[in-house]
Design a protein around this ligand. Structure first.
Ligand code: TYD
Length: 136
């Protein structure tokens, strides 16, 4: 079962250019999984919280393509908060951890690369169920 020390910020290549900067991401190179799905979260009203859940299998990589937000990752016994506010790095979260996205700035855009296609069965949406799943 994955714990918080597997969660990490990953820097991506950044090509600085007077015409504008460019960053890219290759699966299995910059991040440790193959991307099966990409989704993005936007137009988040002030104060709203997204993603209060865990995944049994899904690993993910979250980038703030625009604006800023914080990701709180929780193992059931310990929590860590990561601030995302640049488009040239992202947060890798393995499966089996509870996470929430908070403090969205105006016009923020969160892009998530996922290791699995969408499956509601992969979600643990109840925190007590999550603690049971972790054997806590
Ligand atoms: P959810 O993952 O609960 O959003 P968040 O983690 O941001 O709170 O997803 C919201 C709704 O969108 C839910 O009904 C499932 C649906 N959904 C899909 O159909 N496909 C997807 O790839 C995702 C991420 C969500």
């Amino acid at each position: 079962m994955k714990q918080l020390d597997c969660v990490r910020l990953i820097d991506l290549p950044k090509h600085e250019d007077p015409r504008g900067n460019l960053t890219f991401l290759e699966e299995d190179n910059h991040i440790p999984f193959k991307i099966e799905r990409v989704y993005w979260i936007y137009d988040v009203p002030g104060g709203q919280i997204r993603g209060g859940h865990a995944f049994k299998e899904q690993q993910e990589f979250i980038i703030a393509l625009s604006g800023s937000f914080d990701v709180v990752v929780d193992s059931g016994t310990e929590k860590k908060t990561f601030s995302l506010n640049r488009s040239y790095y992202g947060l890798y979260i393995p499966e089996g951890l509870w996470r929430e996205m908070i403090n969205f700035s105006t016009n923020s855009l969160a892009m998530v690369g996922s290791s699995t296609p969408f499956s509601e069965n992969d979600y643990i949406r109840d925190y007590n169920d999550f603690l049971k799943y972790k054997g806590l």
